[in-house]
Design a protein around this ligand. Sequence first.
Ligand code: OSB
Ligand code: MG
Length: 368
Amino acid sequence: MKITGFELRRIAMPLVAPFRTSFGVETERDVLLIRAATPDGDGWGECVAMSEPLYSPEFADGAAQVIERFLAPRLFAAGDLGPLDVARLLEPVRGHRMAKAALETAVLDAWLRARGESFGSYLGAVRDRVPAGVSVGIMDSIPALLDAVAGYLDQGYLRIKLKIEPGWDVAPVRAVRQRFGDDLLLQVDANAAYTLADARTLAALDAFGLLLIEQPLAEDDLRQHAVLARLLSTPICLDESIESAKDAADALLLGACSIINVKPGRVGGYLGARRIHDLAVAHGAAVWCGGMLETGLGRAANIALAALPGFTLPGDTSASDRYFAQDVTAPFVLDGGHVAVPSGPGLGVEPLPDVLAALTTSTSWLPA
Ligand code: OSB
Ligand code: MG
């Protein structure tokens, strides 16, 4: 397949409500979109890097730079290429997995659209809809949190994830359990906010029957996660620590986690994400699909991935209106707590031209 160029487009997406985590507050999603242009049509990739390097070292401005200066030129120099070539061609550049993932996704989307095949079909989806969970930010008070959770449960969400940090952990979890009962599928995400010295606090969460605790310790604390796993009965799930199938293998072999949050951007793309799925299935570990507050474009591919057989826990694959009043694609909606896997060619969704134009803050064209 011939790539004639990549368009880099920045869009500003106001969030319906501020989203607070242990690393910061998000009020607007600043998204870098990549359009791969080919003689047979376009493909889209969403870069999930956030505007500041707080979740991980990547950030949107940096991703745009590394694509323009180092990644796109390597793809252009290769001439004709397919989706399976992208990761190999970009491998000499260290890191920058979110930037690489966006390019690979755009190429894969263009290639699948030209073949008339969907992401789900190509990746190996076995379901036409997936159960939806929702990630609930840190709030100013417990009554505000209970209102937010009640609202999501009314909409039909099947699993609740509470963001936690030191000082906002046992009390909110206890309050949510007391109010909504023991049958609620409930989990927490610390975004690396604790150390092993907090093991006693984290063990206090064992009393609440959580599905998992996500990334309690720092991203490079694999061995300490293994120690913590032996101190807790709640399963440990890793997010930030897992950037590759190799990391996943290390973590599972070490006993640092028994569950993995798979985010395609964090691991360099959907093909790498599928490898982690396959590895986890072989190891008997569960995976679920995380999120990075994606627009409908990134969400479409995440939902396709979440339909693979090893994705046995509900993902952070929420409906569009949990994030945005106006999505860039036709909105993903909740139907009986599930979201439908797109079935059209490629991502199966299109950016709405007028909406895209209205949200765009800048574009640049990189010719092959
Ligand atoms: O740690 O899973 C995370 C959002 C941005 C960055 C990191 C995380 C999150 C979420 C929200 O938890 C997931 C979503 O709904 O997209
Ligand atoms: Mg997380």
